[in-house]
Design a protein around this ligand. Structure first.
Ligand code: TYD
Ligand code: MG
Length: 458
């Protein structure tokens, strides 16, 4: 009988230990160790045959002599996904897609499988039955020319057997946490299983130059479930995020060996699947007829993409003792900092006020260039003065109320101009290196937060 060996794994970070530990020395989490059986004898047998060709040519090569193979990129039939991947799908790439349950990962992948016309795609599902997938496919409409196969299977050995017969050109696995390899005895979803299954799929992808998509679950704090090591192993990590109550979804690249990270794709979840949103600014600005206070527009940059986003603030007298502060789509700590600047530098008495902040469209903004728009929205609501919807803002605000320069200002200005804005507030420091005459939109340059309010409210 094969000797079995067990080890303890931290379910949070994948740290391996010979004995049980209360606290993980690697990630400092408590109570995360679980015993998993590792069958060392069998683990040495590769599932996906290692070709001798790759083993033979293993000597150091001078960098100048290495021939750069032209990277063949295949379009996925989805412009947003192509852009997030850095211009298309690379042969042999392993792409991990993470996201909360119900956000639309399976829908996105099934859509991709059905839209890659002319490619044989294998969709392996360990979560849903063929019937369920068929029903979903009917919602998003099956392209009659698509060549997509569904396999409901969780054992990697069986999957590889089918793969050898079908020889698909793209493989999608939904999800990596449901797979199990016969080489490891622990339960599906455990650290060692996830790691082993990913390693097997990685080997398969590299040797056959087949791109593989892996869907991964995420934990409640937003990390891709199971081990962080999963993110190190794969070539590209994409995060699918959004608010389930809104229709917009954002696909963000967190890591990409074949393109720029922080690229962004935007989708709208509709009755018939996900639709690409090619002009995000237009949908993120609500059409207003009335003159409402507390609304401003910030020229932000998400990834490499300029977007004009509406911010809404509501400032009211606190009904009970401690005032409430809450922000949706923006960091509450940063909002508190901006409020402190307004109080200290501009003399607005906000400490006894409730302040609510909302970024339109259920989008989360991390770009500091939205600071000025947020402060203007708060003051607009506080003073109940309307700010023209033809004005937008692109600047970061520092602790002493100074208006700081932001990156890629020309792109932001150009986007604002394209959308018909008449004026944009920017930092004076941003003027260096840009040609003012190039733009028709009026550039209002400011140094201090007070100047902004003087210009806005007189
Ligand atoms: P799903 O792809 O199953 O999410 P995940 O795999 O990330 O868990 O998508 C789930 C949600 O999307 C589900 O609540 C229903 C909704 N949906 C639509 O609104 N329209 C559609 O066409 C489809 C297929 C799903
Ligand atoms: Mg799913």
């Amino acid at each position: 009988m094969a000797k079995t060996k067990s080890a303890y794994f931290c379910q949070n970070c994948g740290y391996e230990s010979a004995k049980w530990l209360g606290k993980c020395p690697s990630c400092n989490e408590w109570n995360t160790f679980v015993e998993e059986v590792v069958d060392k004898n069998a683990a040495n047998v590769p599932t996906w045959k290692v070709s001798t060709a790759t083993q033979r040519n293993n000597r150091p090569n001078k960098i100048q002599e290495i021939q750069r193979a032209t990277m063949d990129r295949t379009t996925t039939g989805d412009l947003e996904l192509d852009r997030v991947l850095g211009g298309g799908l690379v042969a042999g790439a392993v792409v991990l897609i993470g996201g909360e349950p119900g956000i639309g990962k399976s829908t996105l992948m099934l859509q991709l499988a059905l839209n890659m016309v002319g490619k044989r795609v294998l969709y392996v599902s360990g979560e849903e039955s063929e019937q369920q997938i068929k029903m979903r496919a009917e919602r998003i409409m099956v392209n009659p020319r698509s060549d997509c196969y569904i396999l409901t299977e969780t054992s990697t050995q069986h999957i590889f057997k089918q793969v050898e017969q079908l020889s698909p050109e793209v493989v999608i696995v939904d999800s990596i946490q449901t797979l199990h390899s016969a080489h490891i005895e622990s339960t599906p979803g455990s650290v060692s299983q996830v790691r082993e299954c990913t390693a097997e799929l990685l080997r398969f992808a590299k040797e056959t130059a087949t791109p593989v998509f892996l869907i991964g679950h995420i934990t409640k704090d937003g990390a891709i479930a199971g081990p962080k090591i999963l993110e190190h192993m794969v070539d590209t990590v994409l995060q699918f995020e959004g608010d389930r109550h809104h229709i917009y979804r954002i696909l963000r690249s967190i890591k990409n060996r074949f393109g720029a990270a922080a690229e962004l794709g935007i989708y709208a979840m509709q009755h018939s699947g996900l639709r690409e949103v090619s002009n995000p600014s237009e949908i993120l600005l609500s059409q207003r007829d009335e003159e409402l206070s507390g609304i401003t527009i910030g020229a932000t940059l998400e990834g490499a993409r300029p977007m004009l986003i509406e911010t809404q603030a509501l400032v009211g007298t606190a009904a009970y003792g401690t005032p409430q502060r809450s922000a949706t789509g923006f960091d509450t700590k940063r909002m508190n900092m901006l409020l402190a600047v307004l109080e200290k530098r501009c003399g607005f008495r906000l400490s006894a006020k409730d302040v609510f902040l909302n970024i339109a469209g259920g989008i989360k903004v991390e770009d500091p260039a939205i600071d000025l728009a947020i402060m203007a929205a708060i003051i607009s609501s506080h003073e109940d003065i309307f700010i023209s919807p033809k004005i937008c803002f692109a600047a970061e605000v520092g602790l002493s109320g100074e208006i700081r320069a932001v990156n890629r200002i020309e792109q932001r200005i150009a986007e604002a101009e394209k959308l018909g804005f008449e004026k944009i507030f920017i930092s004076s420091y941003n003027l260096k290196g840009i040609t003012r005459d190039k733009f028709k939109i009026r550039l209002l340059t400011v140094n201090k937060i007070e100047e902004v309010f003087a210009a806005l409210f007189g």
